[in-house]
Every structure is written in C-alpha cells, then in structure tokens.
Design a protein around this ligand. Structure first.
Ligand code: 5GP
Ligand code: ZN
Length: 109
C-alpha cells in the first residue's frame, strides 16, 4: 500500500526503532509511547484493520499476538502487560494497517 505509513516503515522508507522481525511480523517502538514498553506489532501483509481481516488472515492475527507475547517475555514484563487492537476511527485507530499495541512496564489501571 503506497500511502500507508506502516508499509513505508516495513520498506525502510520511514525510520523506526525495530524491535523484532520474522517472516510474517514486524515490531517497532511506538513514536509516542504511553508506557515504558509501547511496541507496535504489524503483519508484513497490509491488512487495514481487524474488521478487514479475512479468515485466511487468521494465522497472521494470531502471529501478531504471539510476537507481542514473545517481546513481553524478552523484556521481563510478564507480570502484567496489555495488548490492544483499536478497530475503527471511534476506537482511536489512526493508522489503517492493522497493529497490536504491546503496553507494559508500569501498573496498567
Ligand atoms: P492507533 O491509534 O491507530 O491504534 O495507533 C497508531 C499508533 O502509531 C499510535 O500510538 C502512534 O503513536 C503510532 N505512530 C503513528 N505514526 C508513527 C510513525 O511514523 N512511527 C512510529 N514508530 N509510530 C507511529
Ligand atoms: Zn500498510
């Protein structure tokens, strides 16, 4: 998707602090962190959001969450973290390339 900022991050056209990458997923630090750990995990395939995901994307949706769990384990924040998927403008979704927020490293109320 040429105008998608997260596709541009994937292609290296916009700089980002990479946290993790595998065949299907990519993770990077959120530009405006809301917690000591605030990482965004995206599928390498452009999917606009959860509501646009197809049943053939089920594995990718799961892989994004498992990548978040892996990063939480590596960072030692397994005593409490949150994964968030904003869906649609009224939820606060502002980037329309599906992403899982991984938030942790502080008390989450
Ligand atoms: P949303 O509100 O769509 O769920 O989350 C989008 C997130 O992407 C926000 O937390 C925002 O800070 C982050 N973000 C937006 N643009 C960029 C960018 O260019 N680089 C990085 N690293 N994060 C971004
Ligand atoms: Zn994209």
């Amino acid at each position: 998707m040429p105008d998608c900022i997260f596709c541009k991050i994937l292609k290296g056209e916009i700089p980002a602090k990479k946290v993790y990458e595998d065949e299907h997923t990519f993770a990077f630090e959120d530009l405006n962190p809301k917690a000591p750990t605030h990482v965004l995990v995206i599928p390498k395939k452009h999917i606009a959001g959860l509501k646009e995901a197809l049943s053939e994307d089920a594995e990718l949706v799961g892989r994004c969450h498992l990548t978040a769990a892996r990063i939480a384990r590596e960072r030692g924040i397994e005593d409490g973290y949150r994964t968030v998927l904003n869906v649609g403008p009224k939820s606060g979704q502002s980037v329309f390339h599906m992403h899982v927020h991984l938030l942790g490293g502080r008390l989450l109320t």
